[in-house]
Design a protein around this ligand. Sequence first.
Ligand code: MLC
Ligand code: AMP
Length: 502
Amino acid sequence: MANPLYDRLFGVHASKTAPFLLLQDGTSVSYATFLEETAQLAHALVKCGLKPGDRVAAQVEKSPQALALYAACTQAGLIFLPLNIAYTVSELSYFLENSGASHIVCDASKVQGLSELTNQLGVVCKTLNADGSGSLMELAATQPVSFETVERDLNDLAAFLYTSGTTGRSKGAMLTQGNLLSNAETLVEYWQFEREDVLLHALPIFHTHGLFVATNVMLLVGGSMIFLPKFDLDAVLKFLPKATSMMGVPTFYTRLLSDERFTKNIAAHMRLFISGSAPLLAETHRQFEDRTGHRILERYGMTETNMNTSNPYDGERRAGTVGFPLPGVDLKITNAETGEAVPQGETGIIEVRGPNVFIGYWQMPDKTAAELREDGFFITGDLGKIDEDGYVQIVGRNKDLIISGGYNIYPKEIELVLDEQPGVLETAVIGIPHADFGEAVLGLVVPQKGHELDLEATLNAAKASLARFKHPQKLILVNELPRNTMGKVQKNLLREQFSEPV
Ligand code: MLC
Ligand code: AMP
């Protein structure tokens, strides 16, 4: 049966004994073995009662089996819903309820903490641990190693990826098979990936970058990946000599540069270093070239759109820019108020259209209509301009967003939690410069009249319901928040006032 995403990424490799994943312990997983495990997992998911179109939430550590779960969902026509392992139970509660997922796959250590929630929602919990064990895997182990692929077409949904918003409510971006496949095809060609490539993969696999950019590209060409559980500097330095390419967030590159073991020699054989998910400082780009002779290729993407622009493979990779719109992607810069295109060179909102752009937010027609125009252009909320040579430059954001180490953090979400704490009148959360993560979270707190606020207690209470990477580094007491005549908090003034790095 036809299932374009499964067939092109996975099915074609069925009998291939070549390695797909090279693991940190020196072992490897061949394509054939990976796909047998995928088939067993697909059977296991069906045994659990899941039917095509159902959502499967997964909050699992990075492992070959976690990747096989993505493949199995694709093969069984299920919608894969990967979730950051750092999310707390209160964050998960929203995703499960909103998506209507009937099953969640998680680490065994999380089951107890989740039980009240899963019982309340009637969600079935199956386990998959970092070492590949767990109840889902036990069931899979008893299943046949081939599975009749469920028929799907390019318009069918392949994944939901939740992305936060300026109101503090997350939105499930619905991505089709066509969205994912078309982007992977474009990237393979644009970045000249081939079967001989070995990608050093140290990104998490619950976001666009690690899952759909890195993994889908390598699957499409049938290459292999050095599949590290996370970005660990020692491990990356150890395995780099075996890789031909690496994809990372800017923090990966600044951390490499901070270590003197990272030399020209260690990177000499590499074909390509790619950066994205957050702005790469032009200074980092230059330092990297000075140290290694390589010019990092910077590209620009989003959860809703996959990749939109890229610096060229051949040709000038211009520091401080994200390159050109990818083939098949229309990109324009518009006036925030009128939506009209602005003259070349002027700053405005970046809008994109193409086969890569998602089809809308799950059960949020109003939010979809507000961001996705009828003519197919998606309003990214990023501010950019196009220089005289056609390079796109991102100059800021029209959305209240902090990007820390490549993770998006929406201040509103943190403000809502802080505002609930006793004695707090109101709060403003801003991003401030951070040497390692690019930006860090700072909370400004106005106490209620007559209240002696214990900031440490406030911070600790807020931490309980927020994923670790969203925790404010610091809270600062202020008497009031600066507002404009419309009553809107002027965060630009706060960012100027509290600009000291933490
Ligand atoms: C970890 N911590 C973070 C953090 N990552 N805090 C803020 N921001 C982050 N990104 C916390 C840890 O829990 C830890 O807390 C403390 O900070 C220090 O941890 P660390 O050991 O230094 O962090 P590490 O585990 O090494 O992780 C840092 C990182 C990781 C940069 C390697 O965050 C990472 O892999 N980021 C990539 C994110 C990504 O893939 N984004 C793509 C989104 S897709 P404690 O309490 O334990 O000390 C997208 C579209 C596109 O944006 O265009 O690609
Ligand atoms: P996410 O919602 O996690 O997919 O994050 C998407 C956002 O990351 C974009 O809207 C941009 O603000 C930002 N982003 C991604 N790549 C880059 C880049 N190369 N430079 C600057 N910002 C980027």
